[in-house]
Design a protein around this ligand. Structure first.
Ligand code: LMR
Length: 402
């Protein structure tokens, strides 16, 4: 029965965690998976999350019952406001349905399964950026979609290839599904400017494409959750129907709790009962109900004004440390006169920097310097700290000169 099954390729991101864990060398630096680390290289439980956990633990009625199929209302209603803004017309008009999911990946998957059945054109493909998060292609293909790419990164200048992107979106058949990173593009750290988002929206409207935003880093791009939601709010204000996959893995540090939501904006509130019932059906068929613990934490933080403000501060702490590490790495590479232009390390935003290092250089860094990054040259800047940044710069300098 199973004899003809070929082995699946290893996941390009998760394999690094395994390799790095198995490496006992004291110089080891793990810049692989996008997970925040403190300046001592440790995971960080946000203080606001600790406070929410204390409150939850002291609730006399605490239990482990199932959540409802749509999820925890404290989470879903808070998540809607976070994404669309408390004054969002789409929310006021009752045109948004939010379902709790297994973090951002689950949100993408619920959207993918839903779209397989109900996408605008039966033969519409899913368009992903080149490059994109390593799991997007596999995820949409697993849901049965054809996946195509649009140009995104100019690999020479390590900047946005806006002309290539617009040309590809224009050349695509009408009414395709286009996956867009809401902010802090993974893996490049390159985001469109506000004017470029307008131009993208123009082409998307002209061609009747359906935007599917993936929003895993709200708060990490500019440090301001509202500014980081600019693109989503722009498309919503321009009257697009759209989907948003939202993750609380990074911005609340709830990685393993798998806390997220899928939002669907419809054109007319009358469509919402049918759409929401179909999304609930997909959820019931795939995960039944979502995970409760992370949802209770995030719901507590989102609903309590004081905790919400503290959360914004905690996010500032993370994004400021990442920014400081970008500056530190760039200044060290420049001080070493490492061949090349390293300005992209500070102009790129979010958790990642797309270094431009080749696969051979990445392999050399791994094999000779115990430095782990994805094969495409992406580093998780959150893995840098004041103790390892010199070593990382010297290692990069050495392989670039080799
Ligand atoms: C990453 O890109 O490193 C993160 O989104 C973690 C993951 O699940 O791949």
């Amino acid at each position: 029965f199973f004899a003809a099954i070929p082995p699946a390729p290893a996941d390009g991101i998760l394999k690094l965690s395994v390799l790095s864990k198995a490496d006992a060398n004291p110089s080891k630096v793990d810049l692989g998976v996008g997970a925040y680390r403190t300046d001592d290289g440790q995971p960080w439980v946000l203080p606001v999350v600790q406070e929410a956990e204390r409150r939850l633990a002291s609730e006399p009625s605490a239990n482990h019952e199932y959540l409802a199929v749509g999820g925890l209302p404290a989470l879903t209603s808070g998540a809607q406001k976070l994404i669309f803004g408390a004054d969002s017309p789409a929310l006021a008009e009752g045109r948004v349905y939010t379902i709790q999911t297994i973090s951002g990946t689950g949100a993408n998957m619920v959207g993918a399964v839903f779209l397989k059945q109900f996408k605008p054109q039966r033969d519409a493909a899913i368009y992903i950026s080149r490059p994109t998060w390593g799991n997007h292609r596999s995820l949409f293909q697993t849901a049965g979609h054809e996946v195509r790419e649009y140009r995104y990164c100019n690999y020479e200048s390590l900047d946005l290839d806006i002309d290539g992107m617009l040309a590809d979106l224009r050349a695509a058949p009408p009414s395709q599904v286009v996956v867009l990173h809401a902010c802090a593009h993974n893996p490049t750290g390159i985001d469109p400017t506000e004017a470029q988002w307008e131009a993208i929206a123009d082409v998307m409207a002209e061609r009747g494409h359906l935007p599917f935003f993936d929003c895993a880093y709200q708060g990490f791009a500019t440090g301001d959750v509202d500014r980081d939601a600019f693109a989503i709010r722009l498309f919503a204000a321009r009257g697009f129907e759209l989907l948003v996959a939202e993750s609380f893995a990074k911005n609340m540090g709830l990685y393993g709790e798998r806390t997220g939501c899928l939002h669907v904006v419809v054109a007319n509130a009358e469509q919402l009962p049918a759409v929401s019932s179909q999304l609930n059906r997909v959820s019931r068929a795939t995960i039944s109900t979502a995970s409760a613990y992370g949802a209770k934490i995030a719901g507590t933080v989102l609903q309590d004004p004081a905790l919400y403000r503290e959360w914004l501060d905690n996010m500032q702490t993370m994004s400021a440390r990442i920014k400081a590490m970008r500056a530190a790495l760039r200044s060290r590479l420049e001080a070493l006169h490492t061949p090349g232009d390293w300005s992209h390390v500070t102009s790129q935003i979010g958790m990642f920097s797309f270094t431009g290092l080749s696969t051979t250089q990445v392999a050399a860094l791994r094999d000779q310097y115990h430095l782990y990054m994805t094969d495409d040259g992406r580093i998780s800047v959150a893995g840098l700290n004041s103790h390892n940044v010199d070593y990382v710069a010297r290692a990069i300098d050495a392989v670039v000169r080799a």
